[in-house]
Ligand binder design. Structure first.
Ligand SMILES: Cc1cc2nc3c(=O)[nH]c(=O)nc-3n(C[C@H](O)[C@H](O)[C@H](O)COP(=O)(O)OP(=O)(O)OC[C@H]3O[C@@H](n4cnc5c(N)ncnc54)[C@H](O)[C@@H]3O)c2cc1C
Length: 346
């Protein structure tokens, strides 16, 4: 959380509207934009405010126009050739200037690598606070302030934070936490182009080349099925079984932090408070106890299946289907059942 000084001269009443900072990479909108629009719409309706999306970029007119189908009141297109690709300084300046000019009351940013980089810089430039990694946002019915809730003290309690004296009230939300806005055939609102005052000298970093990471990207936030392994998997080789089941089901491989810390699997697979937040249709937790920090990242999954040899493991309190047993026996039996398409008795 960035700590801002109290801004004595601020007139809180001048700040209206709710903004979502839209994120695009190589001209394609990041899914977190739709998630924030979904949440922003809910807040705007509760507070009787308008919802706008502000998107920095260039040559993305068609992609921007798609957003009109997500029930926003308008889109601020921060259009400039120097914003075609992300740069910390370019984005921070363009977005901060637009906020200072338009004075939104609430600004929501995705807690992606870009949002985490640029969000606190914007807050510092404007002189307001920022609550990072919120898991719940609400409007206080008494005074209309934004109540920003996030895990604190290692996830052992939830803290609700307010920003009473500075504006806008800013918050980052991780991808996968909020539900995506639904598209409608009708287009709402309008596109308002703002041309940021940017010079090449405002950006001290020169982009020479964009290199895609060679290893296969793990796309946990988009996965419909995730098979996750924990300390109960016992070794890097043990993850072969997790991978086999994930492959069979056409899903991705997830993991607990214990398995990452043990060096059995790359951190990009980690689900939970300090990993990725997921909400797939099916989450299969294998050899995972169900610590609160793990649950924080997967409890919104539609169906949760738990395989654990300890019948008292907390994961059984949140799962829809629980199998008490050794994963080394249960998973091969599941794979066999899928292959033969027969029911299996374990
Ligand atoms: C600030 C903070 C942030 C954290 N962030 C995260 C996070 O993002 N994600 C996360 O996962 N954790 C996170 N943790 C760690 C978390 O508290 C737990 O330590 C961790 O989730 C435990 O992982 P686990 O369930 O794999 O291991 P354990 O808790 O050790 O559980 C292993 C389970 O495997 C079962 N088991 C053993 N052998 C078998 C077998 N053969 N077959 C079936 N079951 C078996 C056991 O009965 C046990 O229930 C965080 C902790 C802190 C303090």
């Amino acid at each position: 959380m960035a700590r801002a000084k109290v801004n004595q001269d601020i007139n809180l009443d001048e700040y209206q509207d709710i903004w979502v900072i839209g994120e695009q990479r190589e001209g394609k909108l990041h899914p977190v934009t739709l998630e924030l629009i979904g949440e922003g719409r809910k807040l705007a309706d509760e507070a009787g405010k308008k919802l706008y999306v502000a998107v920095p970029g260039y040559d993305i007119d068609e992609e921007i126009a798609k957003l009109l189908h997500y029930h926003v009141d308008g889109i601020f297109y921060l259009k400039h050739p120097l914003l075609k690709h992300f740069s910390t300084e370019g984005y921070a300046k363009a977005i901060s200037d637009a906020i200072l000019q338009q004075k939104p009351e609430i600004v929501l940013v995705g807690a992606t690598s870009i949002g985490r980089d640029v969000g606190p810089r914007i807050a510092a430039r404007i002189g307001t606070g920022l609550t990072a990694d919120c898991t719940r946002l609400e409007i206080d019915k008494e005074d209309g302030k934004l109540l920003m809730t996030r895990p604190a003290f290692g996830g052992n309690l939830m803290a609700t934070i307010i920003c009473p004296r500075n504006r806008p009230q800013m918050s980052t939300v991780r991808p996968g936490v909020m539900e995506k806005a639904k598209s409608s055939p009708e287009a709402y609102g309008k596109i308002l182009e703002l041309t940021p005052e940017l010079e090449a000298s405002d950006i001290r970093v020169e982009l020479l080349e964009i290199m895609k990471e060679k290893k296969k990207a793990v796309n946990l936030t988009e996965a419909e099925i995730i098979v996750s392994g924990g300390r109960g998997v016992k070794s890097p080789e043990g993850f072969g079984l997790i991978r086999a089941l994930a492959e069979k089901l056409g899903g991705e491989v997830g993991s607990s932090r214990a398995a990452v810390d043990a060096g059995w699997i790359d951190a990009s697979h980690q689900v939970g408070q300090t990993g990725t937040t997921v909400r797939p249709g099916l989450y299969i937790a294998c050899g995972i106890s169900g610590a609160i920090q793990h649950l924080a990242g997967m409890e919104e999954s539609k169906y949760i299946v738990a395989i654990n040899k300890d019948a008292a493991a907390p994961i059984f309190k949140v799962c829809d289907f629980g199998i008490v047993g050794d994963l080394n026996e249960v998973i091969p039996a599941m794979i066999e059942a899928i292959d033969t398409k027969e029911e299996v008795v374990i």
